[in-house]
Design a protein around this ligand. Structure first.
Ligand code: AMP
Ligand code: MG
Length: 398
């Protein structure tokens, strides 16, 4: 077996995954359904934005050259109900925010800067263009609103809707299956027999995969039985991405890799120089990417973030798949591991102007309950000695 220090690093393993991960291709998505999706092409504005010169204030639309002075009020322009006529010399039109600035007017005097005077108003001096939002001042029709390869968040869907974009081309979401393997696994809610534990990985992985944009199907767990494992994995290979949990180590009941080989999957790597998560296996079977994640719940959680989430993102065409490392500082000194980079579950707290990371007590890979208080994974690169308190580190937000 390859010595630990010669196993692929986290970065190398991620590269190996991404080299085999090709975007699934575009599909048309209604803008109302597009939040969270990845743009496959850059959408362009359907209209000028604003579509017309509009008022930035409640006030009076005027000719700037007429100010200061007394002006006759000849009508009103409300949002969605423009003034029919033109603003002539010596005239003012009552106008509300967002309403069309009438032809002839070139400025708006805010209501705070006027005085009513019979059927007219006395207005203060304004410059031409004051409080007028010019047509297309935000974006021109036909201009790119957002680049391809980004994830659509609230600000992007808002911008696109405003620019009249009704549908966008997005990367197809991967169909992803999750299979927990292990004869000891029971569903929460049922009683535990001798030697049994509650199955938790498929639930955690389903939440992680859904948050990355996958269309998730959780399979019924299988015991460590070759025929059952084979049947379930065979079905998983019809999907875009398949995750197995457990059974990828070297014990007599670890069947996943053998079954995958029997089914014709090509193993790209098995085991990575990372703690926890070392036994992770990555294979490709025809069009399906397969991740064999270790059963220990913390290993499963970590391996997903390092390798599976980037793959789900890349399948949807995200230009810069994760993990998205952030800069922070250690709140306490930690000892490095010699052979493997390590990910510590930690609490991230903002102090002064840095994020300080405090590892939770109990870092062993079966201690999943401790994860409930962690909101970060801190990367401690392998080496000798300790990483001092306050040293800069990279971390992932959980
Ligand atoms: P394995 O990778 O199958 O050797 O499992 C490693 C450890 O993780 C064992 O203690 C298993 O009982 C535990 N484990 C395996 N699968 C799950 C699961 N789906 N949920 C919770 N614990 C699991
Ligand atoms: Mg097992």
């Amino acid at each position: 077996m390859i010595p630990v220090r010669d196993l692929p690093s986290i970065d190398r393993a991620r590269e190996l995954v991404l080299a085999r991960t090709h975007p699934l291709g575009p599909e048309t998505v209604e803008i109302t359904q597009a939040a969270g999706r990845i743009l496959a092409a850059a959408p362009t504005a359907a209209v000028d934005l604003p579509p017309f010169a509009s008022s930035a204030m409640d006030g009076y639309a005027v000719r700037a050259a007429d100010t200061p002075g007394r002006l006759r009020v000849v009508g009103q322009s409300a949002a969605g109900r423009p003034y029919g006529g033109e603003t002539g010399p010596g005239e003012a039109v009552l106008i509300s925010t967002g309403a069309v600035v009438p032809t002839g007017a070139d400025a708006v005097v805010p209501v705070e800067r006027i005085e009513r005077d019979g059927d007219g108003v006395r207005v203060e001096a304004v410059d031409a263009g004051a409080h007028v939002r010019p047509r297309a001042g935000d974006v021109h029709a036909g201009a790119e609103v957002a680049p391809a390869g980004i994830a659509l968040g609230a600000s992007q869907v808002g911008a696109l809707a405003a620019a009249g974009v009704a549908t966008v081309l997005c990367g197809r979401r991967p169909r992803l299956g999750i299979l927990a393997t292990g004869s000891e696994l029971r569903t929460p809610g049922s009683a535990l027999g001798p030697g049994e534990i509650y199955e938790s990985n498929s639930l955690a992985l389903a939440a992680q995969a859904a948050s990355a944009g996958a269309l998730v199907e959780v399979f019924s767990s299988v015991a460590d039985d070759r025929a059952a494992t084979r049947a379930a994995i065979g079905r998983g290979l019809e999907l875009d991405l398949f995750i197995t949990s457990g059974g990828v180590s070297v014990g007599p009941h670890d069947l996943v890799r053998g079954v995958l080989a029997e089914l014709g999957a090509q193993e790209i790597f098995w085991r990575v120089a990372v703690k926890p998560g070392k036994p992770v296996a990555f294979s490709v079977a025809a069009e399906t990417l397969v991740f064999g994640l270790p059963g220990n719940p913390v290993s499963s959680l970590v391996a997903f973030e390092l390798f599976v989430r980037p793959a789900i993102e890349a399948l949807q065409g995200l230009a810069e798949p994760g993990p998205r490392w952030l800069p922070g500082r250690l709140a306490v000194a930690v000892t490095r591991g010699e052979g493997r980079d390590e990910l510590l579950r930690a609490r991230a707290d903002v102090e002064d102007d840095a994020v300080f990371l405090t590892p939770v007590t109990g870092q062993e890979s079966h201690m999943i309950a401790r994860s409930a208080v962690a909101n970060a994974l801190v990367l401690v690169r392998r080496g000798v000695g300790v990483v001092e308190r306050e040293a800069p580190v990279s971390y992932l937000q959980l």
